[in-house]
Design a protein around this ligand. Structure first.
Ligand code: HAM
Length: 408
């Protein structure tokens, strides 16, 4: 039997339905903001990503799906969409007259990461890229598109915001940071590499020891030039005026090297600790860097599988109802059988006839989509009570059988 590769999965049934719904919502909102569809190839020259995403990034450093094709070209499955969109902007000569182009795209991206919850090797993004506009209102619009998409999908998020400075102030900050980093010892191997290639990436290292070393590191915010400072303040003002809450985060530098000025991330608590569900920022210098005329670009990409997981979780919570009643020793069956009959006068009750360990019962209860879990073990039997767990909000307690009705 041949299985799918590790970190690659089929999107089917409910997940596929969610996928279609998410894309529809994203397309509608992006179109209302003046964006239109672009389809970019999945395969590009490796050099494109090396130069744009950057050698200091984990993506280029360790995660590229790269190979030599039959024409001896070094190629790579796209790990993200921005580089391809910038290449297209230049290749079709839109850079020559600073054309305003607003594109959205969606589809597979490939990163050879360690697969885990919310982290796949082939995943899907919906992204937008806006070219030719050097206006802070465009930065605000890009962020507001995402906020509108998440509001339509009823997904709660936290918005984190930072400014990485421009080609004027970023190098000065960079130098100060290098001096600071050189005064410390004991960085992890990744940070040692980042220190050489792109020192600001050290600021978002997740290693606890590295974090303790950079506690008092200089921040970009304190080092912004007048223009960047003015723009960053204006951006915050526009977002506030449009009722979008945000949190300033000096450590938000993003994992790709091409950003400057506005950088942002939308995070959610619903798929593990503060996972990013979308991220983006401004990348003006990338156009020149990839051989175009100097110009302006800003965009975002959203991780579709992460959104699907949140929607599925919400759906399963909404559907929960009824009681799962069970025991850890068969001697309690008669007692609980009678209790079930009583409870069923008002409630839906699924009674398990088999004695099992608590964890196994909890697993089964989860599958039945019951809301309340009640179990009798030895301690509970002695005190005429039941172990109670609300499978929706995870509250746990011991409840006297005589007081059961009042908690149901
Ligand atoms: P990124 O932050 O690398 O940005 O990815 C954007 C989103 O893709 C993440 O917030 C996350 O939701 C999702 N994602 C990333 N890696 C994985 C993975 N291995 N498995 C599942 N989901 C993942 C970019 O890709 C930039 N191109 C965004 C951008 C567009 N900046 C400007 N324009």
């Amino acid at each position: 039997m041949i299985n799918a590769l590790k970190g690659m999965k089929d999107l089917l049934d409910n997940e596929a339905k969610h996928y279609e719904k998410i894309i529809k919502v994203c397309e509608e909102v992006a179109s209302n903001y003046g964006f239109s569809f672009i389809n970019i190839p999945h395969l590009e020259l490796k050099e494109l990503f090396k130069r744009s995403v950057g050698e200091s990034s984990d993506i280029v450093g360790k995660e590229m799906y790269e190979f030599i094709d039959k024409g001896q070209n070094e190629v790579c499955l796209r790990p993200e969409g921005t580089a391809g969109a910038v290449r297209a902007y230049i290749e079709h000569k839109f850079d020559k007259n600073l054309a305003v182009k607003k594109w959205f795209y969606h589809g597979s991206m490939f990163r050879y990461e360690r697969p885990q919850k919310g982290r796949l090797r082939e995943f899907h993004q919906f992204g937008v890229e806006s070219f030719g506009l050097d206006n802070i209102y465009e930065d605000a619009s890009i962020i507001l598109i995402l906020a509108e998409i998440f509001s339509r999908l009823e997904i709660k998020f936290k918005l984190k915001l930072n400014s990485l400075g421009c080609s004027c102030c970023m190098p000065i900050f960079r130098q100060k940071l290098i001096e600071f980093l050189n005064s410390k010892d004991g960085f992890c191997d990744d940070c040692k590499r980042r220190k050489e290639l792109n020192p600001i990436r050290v600021l978002d290292c997740k290693n606890e020891h590295c974090q303790s070393l950079i506690l008092n590191a200089p921040t970009m915010r304190e080092n912004l030039c007048q223009n960047c400072k003015k723009d960053f303040e204006k951006l915050q003002e526009i977002l506030s005026q449009n009722k979008l809450e945000f949190e300033l985060d000096d450590r938000l530098v993003r994992g790709l090297d091409y950003y400057l000025k506005t950088a942002f991330e939308f995070v959610s608590d619903e798929i593990g600790a503060k996972a990013a569900i979308a991220g983006g920022g401004r990348y003006d210098r990338l156009i020149e860097y990839l051989g175009g005329k100097s110009g302006f670009g800003i965009g975002f990409a959203m991780g579709i599988e992460r959104i699907i997981t949140i929607l599925e979780q919400k759906e399963s919570l909404q559907e929960r109802s009824g009681i799962y009643l069970c025991f850890m020793d068969e001697i309690y069956l008669d007692k609980l059988f009678s209790l079930a009959i009583n409870l069923r006068k008002k409630h839906k009750v699924i009674l398990s006839y088999d004695a099992k360990k608590l964890a196994k019962h909890l697993e089964n209860a989860d599958k039945t989509k019951c809301k309340i879990f009640l179990c009798m073990g030895e301690n509970e039997a002695k005190s005429e009570s039941l172990f109670y767990k609300n499978l929706e909000n995870k509250e746990e307690k011991s409840v006297k059988i005589s007081q059961l009705e009042s908690v149901l």
